[in-house]
Design a protein. Structure first.
Lengths: 318, 94
């Protein structure tokens, strides 16, 4: 294609997005748009899949049948969300196997939050309340993102996500109103999950390299810091209801801004976990690779069976 | 791994009286497994009463690059719409 043509197309493309028109799989798109979307959607899918691991840890040890069916349903939803997102990503001309390979080799990232361990049952409550709460704030704006298949997948994800947060908060409510030991367990979980949850919104705006481009393509509707502030403002009153203390001595209502001020985030820890040095990075990928490799014979057997069936149908036809 | 599972497009009728609508896609070794997977992935909350799956490779799609020649000719054919025709104001129910 001539350079002039390409430039015209790129301008038309940006105008289309500015008018809130959606981009669909077979439409022309700039290579950078395709690549950025493959990266973001696949990271999102990987996060759903790896996100099953910390919670799966507690399925067999859930304290009641009610908690067990809820946790199972939540983990199953996460598998589903991963699958919606992988299929949305595949429409950009990448195969699912390539995406899996990137996850397993460590060339693709997933949300760092899942590299923290789930030490007690209260962690399941804290994850639902805080991690899913943060995820919802991050995800709701994506329901109107410019790439059609991603936006449609996010509509379904968001519809399903709110039960996740409520079941987590319910667990916290019971523990916070329980025995002294149960309340301490809830407080300990909040202490450990609070800061990693704030980190889920990503680096500060000053450090975030992709923000401007992502805003233009509606991959982002608000900046990382704005979303983080929104999370703090909505979560602090919820902690008050539980009578639990947010582990931040600098946390204070600012009547002028009508928002909470909060203390500095330990970005050194954030980057360490992103680079693979979190408490569970190794364990998560090992578990994922093991499941994939040990499932290979099942996948192959299914293909062999399908081939045999279609051969039999052909024989009959002849 | 010898062979990747093919891709299937999933269409779901949310209730009788409505048409099947495209919901997304799944990977599966064969059509029966594609139905099972579609049921697990897309109908966990009573979203459907009927599922179709079709191998993605069997779908023929129009090319958006040809949208002009395909769809623009319909734009200036206003005479295909009822509002193009003038009838006296006194005429009711038409």
């Amino acid at each position: 294609m001539k350079t002039e043509n390409l430039k015209d197309r790129a301008i038309l493309f940006e105008q289309k997005i500015a008018r809130d028109e959606k981009i669909e799989p077979k439409d022309w798109m700039p290579e950078k748009y395709r690549k950025t979307h493959i990266r973001q959607i696949s990271q999102h899918a990987h996060s759903e899949i790896v996100g099953m691991l910390p919670e799966g840890n507690w399925i067999t040890r859930a304290p009641s049948m009610r908690r067990k069916v809820a946790l199972l349903a939540k983990v199953q939803d996460e598998a589903g969300h991963g699958l919606y997102l992988y299929s949305a990503c595949e429409t950009l001309g990448v195969t699912r196997e390539e995406l899996y390979a990137q996850l397993h080799e460590g060339t693709a990232k997933y949300s760092s939050i899942f590299n923290y361990p789930t030490l007690t049952w209260a962690d399941i409550g804290a994850i639902g309340w805080l991690v899913d709460g943060a995820a919802i704030i991050n995800q709701v704006p994506l329901c109107t993102t410019s790439y059609g298949p991603y936006a449609r997948a996010m509509v379904r994800v968001c519809k399903e996500e709110s039960f996740h947060q409520r079941q987590g908060y319910e667990i916290m409510t019971i523990l916070a109103n329980g025995t002294k030991v149960q309340k301490e367990m809830a407080q300990d979980a909040l202490n450990r999950w609070w800061w990693p949850s704030l980190m889920m919104f990503g680096p500060t705006d000053a450090e975030s390299v992709h923000t401007a481009q992502s805003m233009q393509w509606k991959l982002k509707r608000k900046t990382n810091d704005a979303l983080r502030q929104q999370f703090v403002d909505q979560t602090v009153p919820q902690a008050d209801i539980l009578d639990l203390q947010i582990p931040d001595p600098a946390l204070k209502w600012n009547p002028e801004r009508k928002q909470y001020d909060f203390g500095p985030i330990d970005w050194e820890e954030f980057w360490q976990v992103v680079k693979g040095h979190g408490p569970c990075n190794q364990e998560r990928i090992t578990a994922r690779v093991k499941a994939w490799e040990e499932g290979e014979w099942v996948r192959d057997a299914a293909v062999a069976y399908a081939d045999k069936q279609s051969d039999a149908t052909l024989q009959k036809a002849i | 791994m010898k062979q990747d599972w093919p891709l299937w497009e999933v269409f779901i009728r949310s209730k009788n009286g409505l048409e099947h609508r495209h919901f997304g896609s799944v990977r599966a070794a064969d059509a029966a497994m594609a139905l099972d997977n579609a049921r697990d992935v897309y109908t966990r909350r009573n979203e459907g009463v009927s599922i179709w799956v079709v191998a993605s490779k069997d779908i023929t799609a129009s090319n958006p690059a040809n949208n002009g020649e395909l769809f623009e000719p319909a734009k200036d054919k206003v005479y295909r719409h009822p509002t193009f025709y003038k009838v006296p104001d006194e005429v009711k129910h038409m």
